[in-house]
Design a protein around this ligand. Structure first.
Ligand SMILES: Cc1cc2nc3c(=O)[nH]c(=O)nc-3n(C[C@H](O)[C@H](O)[C@H](O)COP(=O)(O)O)c2cc1C
Length: 235
């Protein structure tokens, strides 16, 4: 544990990383050095999990194969119906619908895609399957046998991965969208049927000239998510 004074500066650094992080949807083609990738995965590997089960499973592509995988996914996205291992939400009630609307508005606004521009929205959606031109993509899955709590562990890992990346100056976009086509992913990457495919992660270095990278999202004050319960005194 750092001393109280050191903890202050560590926490200020972490706070800055948290506030400056954002999803990147336009990457430069340059691959990251292998030792940087290894550093990133070894930092995220420190993630805690239920009974230390460490259930996250990742398949990465070499940069040359990232393009082939992307082409196969784009082809699937154009003709196949989404069939994710875990159902995507179909309906968003409030306040989730409003959060989602704001997130889409920020992205499409930055890209200059109008609300009624169906072709523009379709092209923007297909960019998911191009991994936003990232040189690296990892597909994230988990063992089925551990049950649903393992998804929580993988979520914790994903957060650790994102913050490790942020501290190393690596840009990231999580991609639940690619989990819509598990058959393509299984076929090309030899992902066993016993693993549930959760999402992809595109990573590399942001292209500062891509308009989508100017999109920023906001958060509600934590009081929207956290409440303090008062227990009945006679309860
Ligand atoms: C599990 C997960 C899956 C996501 N999937 C996608 C995706 O498929 N496509 C995409 O453009 N963004 C995706 N995102 C990014 C979210 O839209 C983004 O995190 C959210 O809008 C907040 O914005 P920020 O990351 O810039 O702070 C995903 C994020 C998470 C955590």
């Amino acid at each position: 544990m750092p001393s109280r004074q050191a903890a202050g500066s560590t926490s200020a650094m972490l706070e800055e990383l948290l506030h400056n992080r954002n999803s990147v949807r336009g990457f430069l083609p340059d691959p990251l050095p292998q030792n940087t990738i290894e550093k990133l995965f070894s930092m995220a590997q420190q993630s805690p999990s239920w009974c230390n089960t460490q259930p996250w499973r990742l398949v990465m592509t070499a940069p040359a194969d990232t393009k082939r995988l992307s082409e196969a996914l784009v082809a699937a996205a154009k003709v196949d119906l989404p069939a994710p291992d875990i159902d995507f939400p179909l309906v968003y009630s409030e306040p989730y619908n409003e959060h989602r609307r704001q997130c889409g508005g920020a992205l499409y606004g930055a890209m200059g895609v109008a609300r009624d521009d169906k072709a523009g929205r379709y092209d923007a959606w297909l960019r998911n399957y191009m991994f936003f031109d990232a040189p690296h993509v990892a597909i994230v899955s988990r063992e089925e046998c551990l049950g649903e709590y393992a998804t929580l562990d993988v979520g914790v890992w994903l957060g650790m991965f994102m913050m490790s990346a942020q501290s190393l100056g690596i840009d990231v976009c999580a991609l639940a969208s690619v989990a819509a086509y598990p058959r393509t992913l299984r076929e090309l990457l030899n992902i066993p049927d016993e693993e549930i495919i959760l999402c992809g992660i595109a990573f590399g270095t942001r292209d500062p000239n891509v308009p989508a990278n100017r999109a920023r999202t906001k958060r509600q004050n934590f009081s929207a998510n956290v409440r303090t319960a008062t227990l009945d005194s006679d309860g």
